[in-house]
Ligand binder design. Structure first.
Ligand code: RIB
Length: 323
């Protein structure tokens, strides 16, 4: 069974549906407030666990009710939370408005997520995992240290550079897989994305910085996989969108689990006896990630929307709505 460590954030999402986003200085009314488990790190951990991976979460929550709520939720989803510490700071929160089209607008209050330190990751048993998942809702020095330790232990490093933030090239160079969206890629490279060729050109800049594989998530346009020898645009699935929150996290969880289905723990990409090329295998993992992301858009909220393995398989094999 694939084994994944997530070093990242846990948030209580405070979510209101509204007909549209308010203008600056404007007050509008929305629906009832909902408190939903979220945070990019915890979302990706739950996504991977629901797809069948053995998953552990490393991070911090406060000694408050939100902290209890998030830890209970990890347990319910079979995510090991023994590496999540309690902190004097409040549990991280995300204030989220979801509009009538299912698009969201998010303001983060990092709280305890901002206290996850390089020392926190020093004693994790990296060698017992196949893959490390990282995002940017905790301090960059911690992300960098976790990536270094994973690499030293022969563990895949998958970096999701979200939310968008400038990064040291040292960190990009440690990524076996870096998975930005278009906004994040633009910020990391200083380049504009107009179409697939310009997106590929920007992705190649991350390869120049030392990342091994770049996958750019393109929302309803699918995803673009770029490595030194290949560039493949994978179309996604057409669904009726209820809420896009955590669609990217669902993609990451799905991609990681599918990748590990056929990859070895070492950085040898594929079991050669299966006769499938490395690029084809990654393409299959990207398609699986797209299915997970699409399904997450059909339900409200972050973690409640993350699909289980059976749901994803049924969705893919049904072939309905495949663009
Ligand atoms: O990616 C979605 C997540 O971003 C939400 O759950 C929210 O907590 C923010 O971190």
């Amino acid at each position: 069974m694939a084994s994944i460590l997530v070093v990242g954030s846990l948030n209580a999402d405070l979510v209101v549906r509204a007909p549209r986003f308010p203008q600056p200085g404007e007050t509008i009314s929305g629906g009832d407030l909902q408190v939903i488990p979220g945070g990019k790190g915890a979302n990706q951990a739950v996504a991977a666990a629901r797809l069948g991976a053995r998953t552990s979460m490393l991070g911090r929550v406060g000694r408050d009710n939100f902290g209890n709520f998030l830890l209970d939720n990890l347990q319910t989803n079979h995510v090991d939370s023994s590496l999540v510490q309690r902190d004097d700071a409040s549990t991280g929160t995300a204030i989220i408005v979801v509009d009538a089209d299912g698009q969201n607008s998010i303001v983060l209050s990092p709280g305890a997520n901002g206290k996850v330190s390089p020392a926190d990751v020093e004693h994790a048993s990296f060698s017992t995992f196949d893959l490390l998942l990282l995002q940017l809702e905790i301090p960059t020095p911690t992300v960098l240290r976790a990536a270094q330790l994973a690499r030293q232990n022969g563990v895949y490093v998958l970096l999701n550079p979200a939310p968008a933030r400038p990064l040291p090239n040292d960190l990009i160079a440690l990524a076996d897989f870096i998975i930005p969206n278009e906004t994040e890629l633009s910020l990391l490279t200083g380049m504009d994305m107009r179409d697939i060729p310009s997106t590929e050109a920007a992705a190649r800049k991350l390869l120049e910085h030392g990342a091994q594989n770049v996958i750019v998530t393109l929302g309803s346009k699918g995803a673009l996989f770029v490595d030194t020898s290949t560039s493949t645009h994978v179309e996604t699935f057409k669904v009726d969108v209820v809420d896009t929150t955590a669609a990217g996290d669902a993609f990451i969880g799905g991609f990681a689990v599918k990748l590990l289905e056929r990859s070895k723990r070492s950085l040898t990409p594929v079991d050669a006896t299966e006769g499938e090329s490395y690029a084809e295998h990654i393409e299959e993992a990207v398609r699986y990630g797209c299915a997970c992301g699409a399904l997450a858009c059909t339900k409200f909220g972050a973690q409640p929307s993350l699909p289980a393995k059976e749901e994803v398989e049924k969705f893919i094999t049904s072939g309905t709505n495949y663009q």
